[in-house]
Write a protein that binds this ligand. Structure first.
Ligand SMILES: NC(=O)c1ccc[n+]([C@@H]2O[C@H](COP(=O)([O-])OP(=O)(O)OC[C@H]3O[C@@H](n4cnc5c(N)ncnc54)[C@H](OP(=O)(O)O)[C@@H]3O)[C@@H](O)[C@H]2O)c1
Length: 321
């Protein structure tokens, strides 16, 4: 089969499309013929080995030789003990812990798969897992957004932000999206009431306070945020710099208590099987998946560069023919 192979950390140009052995599913696994795979910031981070946390399990050489985690496709074969999905079943999954989606086939444990939701295309389903889980848990489960609250989403123009803005609006919040200049119009189109261009304005110095700051691109010192939180407000770190992550982990409880706020990391529980509420909203047409660009398997390096250089508005999808 064809797969996009990553032998060392570096730029996307060193990836190569190669012929590799088609995996054979073990007992509890199924072999999925990949039809669509969406790109995430985690693919870009694991490709380059930056930030440092992306090297967990592979300090000098990548732990995963084929990247790509959010897949949708059709079961081609099932291992002996795999009884949940039979060949021919349409499925989708987040396989972040093993990767391997930039390939024609991938063998995965059956427990990580969910049935392709009725009415959804492979592309739409592949867009959902990681970005959807971050948004669902950041806005609903841990963000606990209520009507009338002020919510700021930092990095709102990317994949997770796309779902987070829409979920926060559906929850009745007043939403501020922060991202780069070229994404301001996109954030408005998702429903953001206010937009801030981070290249021109620092929201932590604007004197406004929010009930929730969902930080998808955290690059400030942890003590920069409390001034932008309302009393009882919460700051959730999702992704960004390691320095901010460490500060939030070590100092967050102290900083939070001092300002009567909550400041913590959001460890996202990944998995297509946890996405039912978001899937229903998508099926009902209340949440839209915006697919910015589609690429072929041979174009994965271009697709990753497009995402990594910050051009993507919504999701970038690789179609595996
Ligand atoms: N906590 C967890 O358990 C967990 C699990 C999975 C993933 N993650 C992390 O979650 C994050 C989610 O990312 P995603 O998939 O939504 O990524 P994405 O699609 O790349 O979106 C990130 C957005 O942030 C913007 N951005 C970059 N620097 C910024 C800054 N200084 N201020 C404001 N916006 C900025 C980017 O735009 P420009 O590039 O144009 O600036 C981009 O639009 C990633 O960092 C990923 O590693 C966390």
């Amino acid at each position: 089969m064809k797969a996009v192979v990553c032998a060392r950390y570096g730029p996307p140009e060193m990836l190569r499309l190669a012929d590799v052995r088609t995996p054979v599913p073990k007992d509890g696994e199924v072999l999925v013929k990949v039809h669509a795979v969406s790109l995430n910031a985690s693919d870009w981070e694991m490709l380059r080995g930056k930030p440092l946390y992306s090297r967990v399990g592979g300090l000098f050489r990548p732990r995963h030789h084929v990247l790509g985690s959010d897949i949708a496709g059709r079961v081609a074969a099932a291992g002996r003990a795999a009884t949940l999905f039979r060949p021919g079943a349409d499925v989708f999954a987040d396989i972040l812990s093993q990767m391997g989606g930039f390939a024609e086939y991938v063998s995965v444990p059956q427990r990580v798969l969910a049935p392709l939701p009725p009415g959804m295309t492979y592309e739409q389903a592949a867009a959902l897992p990681q970005a959807g889980a971050i948004a669902l848990q950041g806005i609903r489960d841990k963000g606990r957004v209520r009507p009338g609250q002020n919510v700021l989403i930092n990095g709102a123009g990317g994949g997770s932000g796309m779902y987070a803005v829409q979920l926060a609006k559906l929850a009745g919040a007043e939403v501020t999206g922060v991202d780069s200049t070229e994404k301001l119009e996109f954030m408005r189109s998702l429903g953001a009431d206010h937009v801030i261009d981070y290249t021109r304005e620092d929201f932590t110095r604007a004197g406004r306070a929010y009930d929730l700051i969902l930080d998808l691109a955290a690059h400030r010192a942890a003590w920069a945020y409390p001034g932008s939180l309302s009393p009882g407000g919460r700051y959730l770190y999702v992704g960004g710099s390691v320095a901010t992550l460490l500060q939030v982990l070590l100092l967050g409880p102290v900083i939070g208590r001092a300002g009567r706020n909550t400041m913590r990391l959001l460890p996202v529980r990944l998995g297509a099987q946890h996405l039912a509420p978001l899937v229903e909203l998508c099926q009902a047409g209340e949440i839209t998946t915006v697919i910015d660009r589609r690429y072929r398997l041979s174009q994965v390096p271009e697709a990753l560069r497009y995402l990594g250089e910050g051009h993507a508005k919504g999701k970038v999808i690789v179609i595996v023919e």
